[in-house]
Structure formats: structure tokens, C-alpha cells
Ligand binder design. Structure first.
Ligand code: ARG
Length: 468
């Protein structure tokens, strides 16, 4: 087989389906989850650090018109979610967009998407774990007037040796994931309820400080400001795709996956748009710049009561744990699929017969994420996460079109309405947001893809099961 043929070889949809259903008892993932839990996974993996802090970064760019940026982000998320729902219902495997790319565009595209997902999941989990350590510090400062010493709570370069809280958190999440997907989903559900609870608290308390004068002037920075803010805001919407990594662990996946994606999308969009509205209504747009502590600062301004601020901060600490847990979950499942295809070593797809989870893979992912969180002083990687996600989302939308043409009669549990307009619009929206990202993100991303290619040429190309 020539190199070119290797790069373009596709894995047939049927082969994915057989993989997902034919593994012998004990060496397969277990189907234990239903629609509710899966919706909670979608919400858990999406509402994270973004919404709590993004207004401070974006209102100075767009003014009160940031509400429109949120709508633009939501529309893009909705379009891509529809495309995910169709492919997830046609190819319900744990590899998510990596697998869809493999089935539609071939091995090279699949590898590239796999590496995009590493940015969207593993790298972003490391960054979020670091941020979590900061929230924890802010909370203990607030409640007890004390912080952890920087030596053990900050990475080298940021005044410390190791970020211990972040490492411990990642470790605990991995232990839970090793125990079982069901147990993890349960703990996640509790945290998601806390998360939604504090956002409702923000809405209720924040609404008492709503002043429509604050909405004037509505778009002081014009259309360009709205677009730039939307690219940043999109980060808050990243994560819905995690639902599709549970394809081999839910009952009745053809129905459950699309439903859960849609339910999670509705909840998230409603919450975000309302939070943005209440946020910009609560204080003049010029006051967002440089404001620390995000939404909880707004809360404290609006009310004289002492409790909402600290309760909110405590809620954020709990809620961010669920994002990390779910991202780690999704990452292990994607690598599980890649390992099964031979693209990466088989250690990632070994299932522990007693627990029904990829124990070795989970520990490897945890080690990698903990390492990032422990020693890398990363702050601005959010854009890289969005870049990885947007590219993967665009590939999924392209995949919808390819699969419709190539396999029109394939059984699908859900089909995108308004085909082909919706997938085309989805590609367009992703391209627009990618275009709005800063130049240094492009450079880092380019370097990352080169690394992906090198690893593929040295390993995946020779071990791919399609070559056997
Ligand atoms: N695969 C993921 N879930 N990545 C990180 C998503 C970040 C999340 N949307 C947030 O606002 O913090």
C-alpha cells in the first residue's frame, strides 16, 4: 500500500458498528447510562470556567452587544450539535469526531482530528485544573483569610514548584473514572445540579440589580467587537460533543445520543444567554474590564447580603470539578477508540473485566493531564482549545455531507433538518470563528499538527488495523 493510500484509507461504518457490538463480555465497555445521565454529562462537560469569567474578557470588546455574541456562539454550537447528533446516531462509537473522520475522510484526517481532540480534552483539562486551584485559593482566602503557599500551589515560572491541588484533583477524578462510568456519571449529576443551582442564584439575585440604562449604548464597538467577542465566548460552548464519546456506554445509543445532545444544548444556551443579559444589565459595560472574580464580583455589587458571593464561589469550585471529570472521561474514550484502531498503542483500549473501564488508559491520561497541570504555567490556552474544537466540529459537519452522499440508505437514528443548509452553515460559522482567533493560536496549532504527523508516520501508519 502506498503512503498516499495509507493516508486516505477509510474505515467502513460497518466495521465501527461491529467493533462496538462484538467485543466479548468483559473486554467491552458497559452500557449502563440513559438519556438523563448522558444529558448531565453534556452539561457537566460544557459549563465550566468559561461562563463564570468570560464576561470580563468580552464585554470590554463588544459592550452590552455581547448578548449578540452569545447568540452567535449559541447558533454555531446548535448547528454543530445537530451534525454531531446525526453522525453519533449513525456511528454510535466512543471515538466521537475522530471516528466520524475515519469513516468519511480517511486516516490522515482522523489522526489530525484525534490530535485536535487532545487539545480540546487533555490539554484543556490541564489548564482548567490549574484555574481550579486558583478558585480554591480565592475561596479559602475569602472564608478563612488564608491561601496555600505558592510553592505547592503554583507551577515553576509562576512562583512555585508544583501545582499540588491541580494534581490531586486530577488524580481523584481518575480514581473515580477507574471505578466505573456509572459511578462517575452519578457524581457528575450531583455536581451539575450544584452548578445549575448557583447559576440560577446568579440570575435571581442579579436580576434585582437589573437596570436597562446599562444596556446603552448597546454596541459601542460595532460589529467587529461582536465577532471578536463571539470567538472568545465560543470556548464556553465547547464540550457538548463529549456526549458522543459515550456511544458505547449508553443504552439505545441511536436515540439516546441525539436526544442528550439536544437537551444539553437547550439548557446551556438558555442559561448562558440569561446570564449574559443579567450580567450586562447589572453594571455599566465599562466596569467589566479588569474586574476580578467574574460573576461573583457582580453578585456582591448587586446585593448587600453577605452570603450569595461566598456561596457562589464555593459552587464554582464544585462545579469545575465536574468539567474536569467529564473531559477526562471523554478523552479516555476517544483514545480507547484510537487504540482499538491501532493508531496508538493498545494499552489505551484494554478494558478491566471487573470494572468495565479502560484502567490503564485512564491512568495514562491522568498522568499526562496531571503533568501539564503540575508544572506548565499555562493561562492562555483557551484559544487553542477552541481552535481544536472548531476544526473537529467543521470536520463533523463535512462528514455529515459525505456520508449522506456515500451511504444514503444507512440507518440513522436522527437526521439533520434542513440538509444541506445546516451542515454548510455549520462549516461557515466554524470557519468564521476560527478566522477571529488570534495569530499566535494559529502558530501553536500548526506546530501541534506537525507533531501529529510525525507521530503518525513513525507509529500509526505501521500499526493501523486497516493495514493488517
Ligand atoms: N472538552 C471540553 N469539555 N473542553 C473544555 C470546555 C471548556 C468549557 N466549555 C468551559 O467553559 O470551561
Amino acid at each position: 500500500m502506498s503512503f498516499r493510500q495509507q493516508l486516505l484509507r477509510r474505515k467502513p461504518v460497518d466495521a465501527f458498528r461491529t467493533d462496538a457490538t462484538s467485543a466479548p463480555e468483559g473486554s467491552a465497555l458497559r452500557r449502563t447510562m440513559g438519556t438523563f445521565q448522558l444529558t448531565m454529562i453534556g452539561i457537566g462537560g460544557t459549563i465550566g470556567t468559561g461562563i463564570f469569567f468570560t464576561l470580563n474578557a468580552t464585554v470590554p470588546k463588544a459592550g452590552p452587544a455581547v448578548i449578540l455574541s452569545f447568540v452567535l456562539g449559541a447558533v454555531t454550537a446548535a448547528l454543530t450539535a445537530l451534525c454531531y447528533a446525526e453522525l453519533a446516531s449513525a456511528v454510535p462509537v466512543s471515538g466521537s469526531s475522530y471516528s466520524y473522520a475515519y469513516a468519511t475522510l480517511g486516516e490522515l484526517a482522523a489522526v489530525a482530528v484525534g490530535w485536535c481532540l487532545l487539545l480540546e480534552y487533555a490539554v484543556s483539562a490541564g489548564v482548567i485544573a490549574v484555574t481550579w486551584g486558583q478558585y480554591l485559593n480565592e475561596l479559602t482566602e475569602r472564608l478563612f483569610g488564608a491561601q496555600m503557599p505558592a510553592a505547592i500551589s503554583a507551577p515553576p515560572g509562576a512562583g512555585g514548584f508544583i501545582n499540588l491541588p491541580a494534581v490531586i484533583l486530577v488524580g481523584l477524578c481518575c480514581l473515580l473514572l477507574v471505578r466505573g462510568a456509572r459511578e462517575s456519571a452519578l457524581v457528575n449529576t450531583v455536581m451539575v445540579l450544584v452548578k445549575l443551582g448557583i447559576l440560577v442564584l446568579f440570575l435571581v439575585v442579579g436580576a434585582t440589580g437589573f437596570n436597562s440604562d446599562n444596556l446603552q449604548p448597546f454596541a459601542p464597538m460595532g460589529v467587529a467587537g461582536v465577532g471578536a467577542a463571539a470567538a472568545t465566548i465560543f470556548y464556553s460552548f465547547v464540550g457538548l460533543d463529549t456526549v458522543s464519546t459515550a456511544g458505547e456506554e449508553v443504552r439505545n445509543p441511536r436515540r439516546t445520543l441525539p436526544l442528550a445532545i439536544m437537551f444539553a444544548l437547550l439548557v446551556i444556551t438558555a442559561v448562558y444567554v440569561l446570564v449574559a443579559l443579567v450580567g450586562v444589565g447589572a453594571q455599566p459595560w465599562t466596569e467589566f474590564e479588569g474586574q476580578q472574580a467574574g460573576l461573583s464580583a457582580i453578585l456582591e455589587k448587586v446585593t448587600t447580603a453577605g452570603w450569595p458571593g461566598p456561596v457562589f464561589s464555593a459552587g464554582v469550585v464544585v462545579s469545575v470539578v465536574s468539567v474536569i471529570l467529564i473531559i477526562l472521561y471523554g478523552q479516555t474514550r476517544i483514545l480507547y477508540s484510537m487504540g482499538r484502531d491501532g493508531i496508538i498503542p493498545p494499552a489505551f483500549c484494554r478494558i478491566d473485566p471487573r470494572r468495565g473501564t479502560p484502567v490503564t488508559g485512564t491512568l495514562l491520561v491522568g498522568g499526562f493531564v496531571a503533568l501539564i497541570a503540575a508544572v506548565v504555567p499555562l493561562e492562555q490556552l483557551a484559544n487553542l482549545t477552541s481552535m481544536g474544537a472548531l476544526v473537529a466540529f467543521a470536520v463533523v459537519s463535512i462528514g455529515v455531507i459525505i456520508l449522506r452522499r456515500r451511504e444514503p440508505n444507512l440507518e440513522r437514528g436522527f437526521t439533520v433538518p434542513g440538509y444541506p443548509v445546516v451542515p454548510l452553515l455549520s462549516i461557515g460559522c466554524c470557519a468564521y470563528l476560527v478566522h477571529e482567533l488570534p495569530v499566535d493560536t494559529y502558530l501553536l496549532f500548526g506546530g501541534w499538527l506537525v507533531l501529529a504527523l510525525v507521530v503518525y508516520v513513525l507509529y500509526g501508519r505501521h500499526h493501523s488495523r486497516l493495514g493488517a
